[in-house]
Design a protein around this ligand. Sequence first.
Ligand code: HEM
Length: 120
Amino acid sequence: MSYEIYKTLHFLGIAMLMLSLGGFAGLALSGQGPTESSRKLMLSTHGTSLIIILVAGFGMHAKAGIGGFPLWLILKLLVWVVFGGLTVLFRKRPESAKALWWIMPVLVAFAGWLALAKPF
Ligand code: HEM
């Protein structure tokens, strides 16, 4: 697969990630829990998105000839892990949804900037 396909898949994964976490955030903000079917849909979208982001990320890593694990990539992996754990936070601490509503897009922008600027 080409670098461009990997990057497109990377963006698809990010969109799915935001869709699923946005759903959890919206429900938490409205003080309602998800129904069984919507919880399954959002959780499976969340899980699938993380796999797509990771596979496409390493695909680009290989295609772009980025050697080893520079700090910017390690930080992106950390952002990925944080996004992976947010469903637990929404379940255990629904009151955190108000802050996460703003923090999540900033985290996406930060991960994008890390890949774009490769600052360290
Ligand atoms: C949820 C977390 C992540 C978000 C939101 C994210 C976001 C982005 C964005 C927006 C870009 C495009 C930047 C540009 O226009 O050049 C990008 C590129 C990239 N990302 Fe991610 N990313 C995430 C996780 C990861 C992970 C886990 C990996 C590693 C396996 C990764 C590896 C890469 C690579 C290698 C590039 C391309 C860098 C280049 O071409 O020089 N990303 N990412």
